[in-house]
Design a protein around this ligand. Structure first.
Ligand code: NAD
Length: 247
């Protein structure tokens, strides 16, 4: 129970990676606010069934006022905030030369600006407290990926934001790190199984040295470590969880 008496917020916790992260943090003893624009009640039920403590909170991460309310909710409900995981994200893939500006703006708003709001609001509180862990979910695509100009730009922005937040707050007892998942089995990636009768999925598996897609718990394990006191000297890092896919 490395996170006993700690309080965490996980955005995008209604399903996929966010749910896996929320379950892992709760299993380590953290009280978790499962925040999502969709209902996160199932995530809360799973945590409670396993003996943990969690509450759902409805938030659209592109709305700064809602992010402020979310942080306030965690503090009012559980007394403090120790761990902020900015995980909510979307993709709208397409080649750059055909990309509608709406798809550019939407992905930047959710994946980058949403992470900025969450990081900023958590850090305001954590600076007062003199302790905090911010973990931002970027992607291996931040290095550039065909069909993902908007997503790659947003996720590279998350890396720059995280490294800056880390340096500005290192003397305040706050660590900030980014995790880059490779290819993890969630609704975001499972849609590839529909493309070319599964051929696109099979070809992706060949690109992963481990030979298979990761599970949300693989990312949850890394988040739990970075959130723990064992990781107190680790900050400003970008850590891949990708079965060898990200180089
Ligand atoms: P997902 O689509 O399965 O789940 C995303 C969750 O975020 C959903 O519950 C959704 O409701 C929520 N969400 C979306 N927009 C939101 C908003 N504006 N406000 C609040 N919540 C919102 O996706 P996932 O695969 O679980 O991805 C989670 C994160 O991991 C994303 O940031 C994604 O970019 C990143 N990521 C995923 C993979 C992967 O292989 N699955 C790889 C690299 C990075």
């Amino acid at each position: 129970m490395r996170l006993e008496n700690k309080v965490a917020i996980v955005t995008g916790a209604g399903r996929g990676l966010g749910r896996g992260i929320a379950l892992r943090l709760a299993a380590e003893g953290a009280k978790v606010v499962a925040a999502d624009m969709e209902p996160a009640a199932e995530t809360v039920s799973l945590i409670e069934a396993a003996g943990g403590t969690a509450s759902a909170f409805k938030v659209n991460v592109t709305n700064q006022e809602e992010i402020k309310s979310m942080v306030r909710f965690a503090i009012d409900t559980y007394g403090t905030l120790d761990i902020m995981v900015n995980n909510a994200g979307i993709n709208r893939d397409g080649m750059l030369h055909k990309m509608p500006v709406e798809n550019w703006n939407l992905v930047i708003d959710v994946d980058l600006t949403g992470t900025f709001y969450g990081t900023q609001e958590a850090i305001k509180y954590m600076r007062e407290k003199g302790y905090g862990r911010v973990i931002n979910i970027s992607s291996g695509s931040w290095l550039g990926n065909i069909g993902q100009a908007n997503y790659a730009a947003a996720k590279a922005g998350v890396v720059g934001l995280t490294k800056t937040a880390a340096r500005e707050n290192a003397r305040k007892g706050i660590t900030c790190n980014a995790i880059c998942p490779g290819f993890i089995e969630t609704d975001m990636t499972l849609k590839l199984k529909e493309v070319n009768d599964g051929a696109a999925w099979d070809s992706m598996m060949k690109r992963i040295p481990a030979g298979y897609a990761g599970k949300p718990s693989d990312v949850g394990n890394m988040v739990a470590f970075l959130a723990s006191d064992e990781a107190s000297y680790i900050t400003s890092e970008v850590i891949n969880v990708g079965g060898g896919m990200i180089v």
